[in-house]
Design a protein around this ligand. Structure first.
Ligand code: HEM
Length: 203
């Protein structure tokens, strides 16, 4: 395991921040390519909405998994956490934009009616709003200025991800295996985070 972790750490150190952005934008370019080439024949709006939401959720989970990955395997991707977090925010903002623009046609009345019809959208909005201050303060100047409060503020990623998973589960009419897997991984990450915080506090 150690040689693999060392190799991955070397790779991670060599990978510049723009490299993470390039990798993170691949799903977006892929989706755009599919839409432009007309290969998404069945309900392109739903496909765009779903793909953006799913990629955003993946990236949120990757962000949360970086510290336990380091503690459990020695693979250190901490320096890429900011880029991954911002990419998650970008996909989720585009997911929201796809809903309001492509799905609702920028009609406020229609959007409000949709919110009443599908209350899980509120959970998505609450999750998105929690991510806004995190994206805004994810720069060196804010970290310096806010000190300990920066860490406290960034704990918001937890309630945001919990709400995002509830939003995801609720929009399924019947929760599929995939939904239970996401929920299970989130519970695992949460347990790790809480036990880790306890150990740190004891020290
Ligand atoms: C952290 C924020 C959010 C995350 C991670 C997220 C993620 C997701 C995911 C994973 C799906 C299901 C995709 C699939 O089944 O392949 C989904 C569906 C959806 N989300 Fe979000 N979402 C978020 C916020 C929002 C917001 C702010 C809105 C807009 C109000 C929104 C509107 C929708 C809609 C309309 C659907 C499709 C539901 C359907 O097909 O019936 N989401 N979201």
């Amino acid at each position: 395991m150690k040689p693999l972790a060392d190799a991955l750490n070397t790779l991670s150190r060599r990978l510049p921040e723009w490299g993470v952005w390039v990798l993170g934008l691949v799903p977006l370019v892929w989706l755009a390519g599919q839409v432009v080439s007309g290969s998404v024949l069945v309900d392109p709006v739903k496909t765009i909405e779903h793909d953006l939401g799913k990629t955003g959720l993946w990236l949120l989970f990757i962000c949360l998994a970086i510290p336990p990955l380091r503690a459990l395997t020695g693979v250190n991707l901490v320096r890429h956490r900011r880029a991954v977090g911002l990419l998650a925010f970008l996909y989720i903002a585009l997911h929201l934009l796809a809903w309001i623009w492509l799905d609702m046609g920028l009609l406020i009345g229609q959007a409000l009616a949709d919110l009443v019809r599908r209350p899980y959208l509120f959970m998505g909005i609450a999750a998105f709003l929690m991510l806004v201050p995190l994206a805004v303060t994810s720069n060196a100047a804010s970290i310096r200025r806010m000190g300990r409060n920066w860490r406290r503020l960034h704990l918001l990623i937890w309630p945001a991800t919990i709400l995002a998973v509830l939003h995801y589960l609720w929009q399924m009419k019947i929760i599929r295996t995939e939904g239970w897997i996401w929920a299970g991984i989130l519970v695992g990450l949460l347990i790790w985070r809480l036990s880790h915080a306890k150990i740190r506090a004891r020290r």
